[in-house]
Design a protein around this ligand. Sequence first.
Ligand SMILES: Cc1cc2nc3c(=O)[nH]c(=O)nc-3n(C[C@H](O)[C@H](O)[C@H](O)COP(=O)(O)O)c2cc1C
Ligand SMILES: [Fe+2]
Ligand SMILES: [Fe+2]
Length: 398
Amino acid sequence: MPPIEVLENIFWVGAVDWNVRHFHGFTYSTHRGTTYNAYLIVDEKTALIDSVYGPFAEEMIVRISEIIDPSKIDYVVANHVETDHSGAIQEILKLAPQAKVIGTARCKEGLQKHYFGNWDFQVVKTGDEINLGERRLKFIETPMLHWPDSMFTYIEKDALLLPNDAFGQHLATSKRFDDEVDEKILMDEAAKYYANILWLFSSLVIRKIEEIQKLGLKISMIAPSHGIIWRGNPMKIVEAYLRWARGEAGRKILVVYDTMYGSTEKMAKAMVEGITSEGVETVLVRLPVSDRGDIIKELLEAKGILVGSSTINSGVLPDVAPFLEEMKGLRPRNKIAAAFGSYGWGGGAVKIIEESLEKAGMELVAPALTVKWVPDKDEMQKCFEFGKKFAKKVTKTK
Ligand SMILES: Cc1cc2nc3c(=O)[nH]c(=O)nc-3n(C[C@H](O)[C@H](O)[C@H](O)COP(=O)(O)O)c2cc1C
Ligand SMILES: [Fe+2]
Ligand SMILES: [Fe+2]
């Protein structure tokens, strides 16, 4: 794949990683691979915006070499320290040792602690600019979106925002633009990315978007560091971020559970019937056979969640515990919840689930429903009603 001219004299020189299936260690499943997007701006001065993951350095250098001699690079802008974007900096600086590395103070500190290089570093703050000739690079610090070092680069001439990890999607494709790929797949991957990487920072997301609106920056194109570039209607992804950050969701209900002998599963399925009878969309997920990252994405788009576990040794089943922990960490906004499960004698699982749901900041809208051993006909009917009532609450909640 040759370099792609995104705008006049601005080239995509990144790499497509078709095979990666796990990100951030094993915490995020990338079923569709990803891309590492680096951009080369050729002007009186030449700037490389971000680089690629280390193993793809050669690929990036080949692409750059099709446009210019890499030794001619004047600036390497590091919007973010994380190795999927900085991994090839060392290789580039071997070819262009005179190039200045541009980043925030925390980026400088972070890059030194990753690569131990003695580089010519220029620290920038929000509002600082670098003149390339026809174009100027403007920087906006975005701490904790999603690392302390993160920043955005903006080019006024093209109304182009280069926000690094923000607005990205893990999606390997031979296409480079939003209007060239399947919209549903694209928005699904963007939602999964937001849910798994940015959800926790939602209040910062809202504040940063408001700050950029106040600065009055016109944005015609958003070129993130993963996946496709938003060019048709770049505000579409900004509006989606605001929706997700505010906790606005459809009427969907997520039913998440685990079971040993099928009793809690029977309860869950009766609840799904009850929810469906109200015309509300629902997704049933058995934790040990489902993908973590996908479940979190489903939760982002759900208004309510029912969590079920039978009791084992007075607690929840082993695959339920990490899910509860994760929800406590993500603190999903604006969701309603309830617990359920089968038990044999003293019980205990639903109490743990309820405590976790509350700690995650969710509103418990019904007392937990428990069944001793196997649910009988009446108890199945109660589960059905439980689901139905919960669905009614979802349709009433804003
Ligand atoms: C290894 C094991 C430990 C259990 N520990 C408890 C317990 O501490 N308290 C309790 O009330 N029930 C306990 N139970 C009983 C289960 O909660 C009960 O069988 C329940 O109906 C299982 O529901 P399920 O088919 O949805 O897994 C235990 C069952 C097993 C197999
Ligand atoms: Fe990152
Ligand atoms: Fe990244």
